[in-house]
Design a binder for this molecule. Structure first.
Ligand code: 1HE
Length: 262
């Protein structure tokens, strides 16, 4: 694989504590070339130190058209294996990175675009969003971690249906299936994602880190191991000075209370 990171196809800006990562290849519907995958990895591995949460979004009418099909033509089996592992490394840099990532989804969220969205921690879709796994119709298989991450969200049966029949889910169906956690009117995905990311950024960093790194692992552990991991992580989180300060704020009446609709 000779690609170098296509840093011109991606930009990363800081809005207070939130890094906004934008796919910028709208002429190709933000299709994920090797260069763009490398740029995603580099960007998430090197987020600005000030970032405490991130948002990922796409420029133009679609979030992402998936794998750049123009690059698939010449690849042999060994190259295919390494290509898939490259995607795994890039999406791991998102899911198991330093800060939680909110995906702002609109238009096509298909194939590798859906795999990318699935590596994020929270998904917001606007009413223009639609979700599909056209790999079946292209004669290929998912290779960007979709076989692991998508069933975690919607179960094997729904993913099987999407891949076997080419079913396209609208934003409402995606919300009902558990693929996205928030649905907003068309054009408002980024604003909502930013609002959520700002809330996430206000959490104690150790709590966010524990959620990102422990929760998915605990879900895959036997329950006895999961309980032990939970005990270890919760002990570490509660011992952090920031946790003590937040507790004091609550006990002394300075912290916000939990209210309905919050
Ligand atoms: C592309 C790609 C692409 C668009 N690779 N060039 N993904 C797919 O099977 C989805 C393929 N794309 C589409 O179904 C449609 O393009 C969209 C629904 C996403 C958007 O439709 P539309 O009408 O807005 O755009 P368009 O006219 O189809 O595309 C505009 C240009 O983008 C055009 O190039 P142009 O040079 O003729 O202008 C398209 O060829 C180009 N384009 N999508 C390359 N995907 C690790 S495994 C992951 C496996 C997968 O992701 S498989 C699913 C691949």
């Amino acid at each position: 694989m000779n690609a170098t990171p296509s840093l011109d196809a991606l930009d990363c800006t800081l809005d207070g504590p939130v890094a906004i990562v934008r796919l910028r290849r709208p002429a190709k519907r933000n299709a994920l070339s090797d260069g763009l995958i490398l740029a995603l990895r580099q960007t998430f591995e090197q987020l600005p130190a000030e970032a405490r949460a991130a948002v990922i979004c796409g420029e133009g009418e679609h979030f992402c058209a998936g794998l750049d099909l123009a690059e698939l033509r010449e690849r042999d089996a060994v190259e295919g294996l390494h290509h898939s592992r490259l995607w795994h490394a890039a999406f791991d840099a998102i899911e198991r990175g330093r800060v939680p990532v909110v995906a702002a989804l609109h238009g096509a969220v298909v194939g590798g675009g859906l795999e990318l969205a699935s590596a994020c921690h929270v998904r917001v879709a606007d009413d223009s969003a639609y979700f599909a796994l056209p790999e079946g119709t292209r004669g290929i298989f998912v290779g960007g971690s979709g076989a692991v991450r998508i069933p975690r969200l919607i179960g094997v049966a729904r993913m099987m249906d999407m891949m076997l029949t080419g079913r396209v889910l609208g934003a409402d169906e995606a919300e009902r299936a558990g693929l996205v956690q928030y649905r907003v009117p068309a054009g408002q995905a980024l604003a909502k994602a930013l609002e959520l990311a700002r809330r996430i950024a206000a959490n104690a960093p150790m709590t966010n880190y524990a959620l990102m790194h422990a929760l998915p692992r605990i879900a895959e552990q036997a329950s006895d191991h999961g309980l032990f991991t939970e005990a270890l992580i919760s002990a570490i989180a509660q011992a952090a000075p920031e946790a003590k300060a937040r507790l004091r704020d609550f006990l002394e009446g300075r912290a916000a209370k939990v209210r309905p609709g919050g």
